[in-house]
Design a protein around this ligand. Structure first.
Ligand code: CP3
Length: 347
């Protein structure tokens, strides 16, 4: 067991306060690349793992102990709120998530409902269990999808390349779009607040696929709803992180949604991204997850470039530009944590 003694390193970086070394954590740090996860997954479906607080807590905890990262993200899935609102969710081997009867009409929308009391309680219970075990030694990150990304799964019924159905709803039926994202703002705001109540010390909002939008469409049809989520959670006082991929053309607008930290992928240089986001925000990122399949010297070169781009400015949290891939060697991730800590620890 080797959990960093600096429990608030990550939280201080979120608030752009000075830190002794750059904090590190990874999106999807608990996942199929870990043999311990695969062993549990052989016995349970992904939804069982997510919906059983003891199992979700166990996965969260063995991951942070193995990697020695500076934050734990609660093990759950972005799509749980869609299921709680009445959609049937399944994870199909080799295909990813499938939501049956996607939302494409007023009649489909009418089938949605607010989550029943306790429907999402599994996540806050898992957070409570993790916090109890960590004794405040490490912050726990709660999370949800952002309205656009969650809506896109509910409208497409699964993963998508062009977001055709989503954009059709946005552009042809703006009143249905508004209805759907208003419902999501309400559900997600409440869900996030319940996670903080359970002990989450920070929140990350995943808008993974928002880079598919033109900036003006983002501004008109997405930004107002994302902004309302950040407004709803601000009174809790915990720092917030706003993540998206392919967002190089959206960064200034995303920053206006109100998160403390903007998370970027590898398609943009971190220094360029930060100058567009503004230095009054922190930044998280942004190593290409595919690079972790390369020899470690190549990984170290990539990580060093990112640290140079961050220029020791307060407010950088080291992460990947997207989730850890299933083929990643676990020791490469552990070595990367150590590398970032040792490179930044002497300043
Ligand atoms: O360690 C962590 O980061 C916490 C756990 C976590 C999961 N999903 C577990 C999971 C988190 C933060 C998520 C978020 C999530 N889920 C997102 C946003 C982040 C992103 O990657 O952009 C999205 C889009 C989803 C929806 C989702 N869940 C997809 C598209 C998939 C299939 C992809 C794949 O790798 O097969 C999932 C499945 C999923 N969620 C896994 C895990 C660990 C895969 C492992 C399994 O099937 O057992």
């Amino acid at each position: 067991m080797a959990i960093a003694e600096q429990s608030d390193l990550f939280l201080r970086a979120c608030r752009r306060q000075p830190v002794e070394r750059t904090p590190v954590w990874f999106m999807r740090q608990a996942g199929r690349y870990l043999p311990e996860y695969r062993a549990l997954r052989a016995q349970h479906s992904l939804l069982e793992l997510c919906r059983t607080p003891e199992l979700a807590a166990e996965i969260t905890l063995f991951t942070v102990r193995k990697l020695e990262v500076d934050a734990a993200i609660i093990f759950a899935d972005l799509l749980l709120p869609a299921q709680a609102m009445g959609m049937e969710l399944d994870f199909v081997e080799g295909e990813g998530p499938v939501l049956s009867d996607p939302i494409r009409s007023a009649a489909d929308l009418a089938r949605l409902h607010l989550p029943a009391d306790g429907e999402l309680r599994c996540v806050s219970e898992a957070i409570r269990a993790v916090c109890k075990d960590l004794h405040g030694k490490l912050p726990v990150i709660g999370f949800s999808g952002a309205p656009f990304t969650l809506a896109s799964y509910m409208i497409e019924g699964g993963a998508s390349r062009d977001f055709l159905h989503t954009k059709r709803l946005m552009f042809h039926h703006p009143e249905l779009w508004t209805d759907l994202v208003n419902q999501l703002v309400q559900v997600l705001s409440e869900f996030l607040r319940s996670q903080v109540e359970a002990g989450a010390a920070a929140l990350q909002i995943f808008d993974s696929w928002v880079g598919a939008l033109a900036p003006s469409d983002y501004q008109e049809l997405v930004l107002p709803y994302s902004r309302r989520i950040f407004e709803a959670v601000r009174p809790t006082g915990v720092p917030t992180i706003h993540f998206g991929t392919s967002t190089a053309g959206l960064l200034g607008r995303m920053a206006q949604a109100g998160a403390d930290v903007i998370a970027v992928d590898w398609r943009v240089s971190l220094d360029v991204a930060w100058s567009q986001i503004g230095y009054e925000h922190g930044i998280q990122g942004n190593l290409d997850p595919t690079l972790l399949l390369a020899p470690f010297e190549r990984v170290a070169t990539g990580a060093s470039q990112i640290l140079r781009a961050a220029a020791a400015r307060p407010g950088h949290i080291f992460n990947l530009g997207h989730g850890v891939l299933a083929d990643t060697p676990p020791e490469t991730l552990a070595n990367l944590v150590e590398f970032v800590h040792s490179e930044t620890g002497s300043r």
